[in-house]
Design a protein around this ligand. Structure first.
Ligand SMILES: CC(C)(COP(=O)(O)OP(=O)(O)OC[C@H]1O[C@@H](n2cnc3c(N)ncnc32)[C@H](O)[C@@H]1OP(=O)(O)O)[C@@H](O)C(=O)NCCC(=O)NCCS
Length: 240
């Protein structure tokens, strides 16, 4: 569809349904959920296990064909925990599996199809035995992980660092570098003189932000009528 024909009232209604779902279905599955979450189509966010915590203004973008899955495995007390810190972004198809501890730092972005795991989930020799080796994974503040990258057990990534699309990260990486490849290696350092904009710079006044977004929605949808939307669904025309 070239254009989203939904009338403003329908957009508001869908937003209210998402909010209701987050409050009544998602929140009970989480150990913590900070204020101003933005979880798009929350019914495609799949949560399995305990010790999953979301900070403030966490954004999760899901889709019917690319669910976001967070799974913890409590094989001993306190083990298996996922912490998504403030202003972090999880894109469609992201998977995080934890048998010990995974921390996704503030402002960190996980692009579509990223896989983060703190375990091998099978023994090298004792294959039927679940979990295998496990070691915590910690992504610091403002890390950007590119499309389809894999972050393995025991990896720590320093603040502001970028992981290239398709990379496989098996060893820890320092702050302020770009790393890429399989296995991922540092390809260059970030320029410290460049001012860094973080997601929180945009999102911290989330009341003002949602007010501005609402004004924009009203503006963008003022020509959208229920009839035009229904027709675009039932009998789409070229150029719709
Ligand atoms: C990591 C990335 C941001 C670096 O971009 P860049 O700064 O323009 O990097 P360059 O193109 O200068 O590449 C530097 C070197 O790293 C290599 N490299 C860069 N990205 C790579 C990747 N994903 N895999 C393997 N090697 C990569 C380049 O081949 C180049 O090697 P060379 O020095 O031997 O020629 C970019 O390559 C990338 O992966 N972008 C994808 C981001 C993404 O997934 N976005 C989705 C929406 S969130």
């Amino acid at each position: 569809m070239r254009k989203d024909h939904k009338p403003y009232a329908l957009k508001r209604l869908l937003g209210a349904i998402e909010k209701f779902y987050i409050n009544h279905r998602t929140t009970p599955q989480l150990d913590a959920l900070g204020p101003a979450p933005l979880i798009m189509k929350p019914w495609h966010l799949k949560l399995h296990g305990a010790n999953i915590r979301f900070g403030t203004a966490v954004h999760v973008i899901t889709a019917k064909d690319r669910t976001v899955r967070l799974t913890t495995w409590q094989h001993e007390d306190g083990a298996g925990a996922i912490e998504i810190q403030d202003y972090a972004l999880l894109c469609p198809g992201v998977r995080i599996d934890s048998a010990s501890r995974v921390v996704i730092g503030t402002n960190t972005m996980l692009a579509a199809g990223v896989y983060v795991t703190d375990a091998d989930w099978h023994g090298i020799y004792d294959r039927p035995k679940p979990i295998g080796k496990t070691a915590p994974v910690v992504l610091a503040d403002n890390v950007w992980v590119g499309d389809g990258a894999i972050i393995g057990k025991g990896v720590s990534i320093g603040a502001n660092s970028i992981i290239g699309a398709g990379a496989v990260v098996t060893k820890s990486l320092p702050a302020n570098v770009i790393a890429a490849g399989n296995p991922a290696v540092v390809v260059r350092e970030l320029d410290p003189s460049q001012p860094m904009q973080r997601r929180e710079d945009l999102l911290k006044d989330h009341n003002q932000l949602s007010h501005d977004i609402d004004l924009l929605e009203q503006l963008m949808r003022k020509e959208n009528t229920w009839w035009r939307w229904l027709r675009s669904k039932l009998a789409p025309r070229s150029g719709d």
